[in-house]
Design a protein around this ligand. Structure first.
Ligand SMILES: [Fe+2]
Ligand SMILES: [Fe+2]
Length: 447
């Protein structure tokens, strides 16, 4: 009697991957998501349209959530080990995902992420969901099914930006197409993301046309707005009132919109410290960046609801540039310090302002301020925790985190002193114009 007849055997597809095979695949997905989100975060300051900046921040957060679920699931499957060793046989694949950060231009970045890497991730997740066992591996199914939906939305976003950018500006697209083709070729040479074994783990030479990533000194700005460095007169003139009533409503919305600097800062620091700090940093800073993008959108949506013309709305750069203008080595820590400085400085005003908005019957401003406050309490703890950890890694006293904050205050004050007389006058005119428009709209606004 042959051996096979002694036992109950079946060719069930669901037994295809054992526990550790599954963990191996999920580890590949984790590293792909991690590289993808770091690259997207790094590019936020270099891309001008507000919609792309704020959407990238959301995509970064979505990827971080998926990566975090993957990581926890890998630990469950490999219990008791909680080690995430290096990429192993997926090294070449992950190196390619990381290489996209060195895209030569904005079109090249958009095209390689939107038409190559993201579709590869979506397809890999779909293949995984088809081939894996819904019973044994149910917990993975839940979050990867969500990730497929998110990836589909992200691809749609990239496609619309590519189409729009291409129609507005034809230059740079042939170079971008060549870059994306090369990335696609290399992806297929290493065996794609997929669910098969890697075809090659040999890391190739840099993709032709690569340009080493560096932090933009000046953040790109959406040209639909009024471009400026300082976005409200009280920044340059402490005697100019922050105001109450209609002035407070406008000032607060302008403030929220201008939190775009914090989205950019979040993206830059996420990338800069991703290999220095543990995974929890990437996870926290992804949420931080996403939150700031929501605050920015809150301001944008209120200003649009009040029917302001975008070309009248000041969109500044001074906080970001206060950090980048002063030094080259310490830009990331200064940007982290700026976030910490402004958040701890402003948080105490928020509940009072929410109450004032309530007394005006402006439920939209009240609602936005209230949610913003909850996010900011979270951010204050991020700032303190990670500044301390960075200082400890640098061999400095972790208790000196407050020195970083004070130094950032100095950097901002120095930068504010560079304002020209013309900037001060122009800003006054712009603010007056907005306030006059607000007064004309009083009572008609759709709050
Ligand atoms: Fe914020
Ligand atoms: Fe914040």
């Amino acid at each position: 009697m042959s051996e096979t007849r002694e036992f109950l055997l079946t060719r069930e597809q669901r037994a295809r991957w054992m526990r550790l095979d599954t963990a191996q695949l999920l580890k590949r997905f984790f590293f792909c998501e991690r590289s993808l989100l770091i690259g997207q975060a790094a590019w936020i300051p270099a891309i001008a349209p507000l919609e792309i900046k704020t959407s990238l921040a959301r995509f970064v957060w979505e990827s971080a959530q998926t990566a975090d679920s993957l990581r926890e699931r890998i630990f469950e499957l490999r219990f008791p080990s909680r080690m995430m060793e290096e990429e192993g046989t997926d090294r070449a694949l992950i190196a390619l995902f990381t290489a996209v950060k060195d895209s030569p231009s904005v079109p090249a970045f958009l095209l390689s992420v939107g038409s190559v890497l993201l579709p590869a991730m979506r397809d890999a997740y779909e293949s995984y969901l088809r081939a894996s066992d819904l019973i044994a591996d149910g917990p993975t199914h839940r979050f990867l099914a969500l990730a497929v939906g998110e990836k589909t939305g992200q691809i749609r976003g990239f496609e619309s930006w590519i189409e729009k950018s291409r129609s507005e500006k034809s230059e740079g697209w042939s170079e971008a197409a060549a870059w994306a083709t090369e990335v696609a070729k290399r992806l297929s040479a290493v065996g794609g993301v997929g669910v098969q074994s890697s075809a090659s783990s040999v890391t190739a030479a840099p993709v032709p046309g690569s340009k080493a990533y560096c932090i933009p000194v000046h953040p790109a700005r959406d040209q639909r707005f009024w471009p400026c460095r300082f976005y409200w007169p009280d920044i340059l003139d402490p005697s100019y009132p922050y105001g109450e009533g209609i002035q407070l409503q406008v000032r607060s919305a302008i403030s929220h919109l201008n939190e775009i600097w914090a989205v950019e800062a979040g993206g830059v620091i996420l990338n800069a410290f991703a290999d220095v700090l543990p995974w929890e940093w990437v996870h926290d800073s992804a949420r931080w960046t996403y939150d700031e993008s929501r605050h920015c959108r809150m301001g944008y949506e209120r200003l649009v609801a009040w029917e302001f013309r975008l070309s009248d709305i000041p969109l500044g750069t001074y906080i970001y540039e206060s950090a980048t203008a002063a030094a080259t080595v310490d830009i990331p820590i200064n940007l982290l310090g700026m976030l910490f400085f402004f958040e701890t400085k402003n948080i105490r005003h928020k509940p009072q302002r929410a109450r004032l908005f309530h007394s005006y019957g402006d439920s939209l401003s009240e609602h936005d301020m209230d949610f913003d406050w909850a996010d900011e309490t979270l951010h204050a703890s991020y700032g303190k925790r990670w500044l301390k950890e960075l200082l400890a890694i640098r061999g400095q006293d972790p208790a000196a985190y407050d020195e970083v904050r004070k130094n950032c205050e100095k950097l901002v004050n120095n930068y504010v002193r560079t304002a020209t007389a013309k900037e001060i006058t122009d800003l006054r005119i712009a603010a007056d114009q907005l306030l006059n428009h607000a007064k004309e709209r009083r009572g008609m606004a759709r709050v």
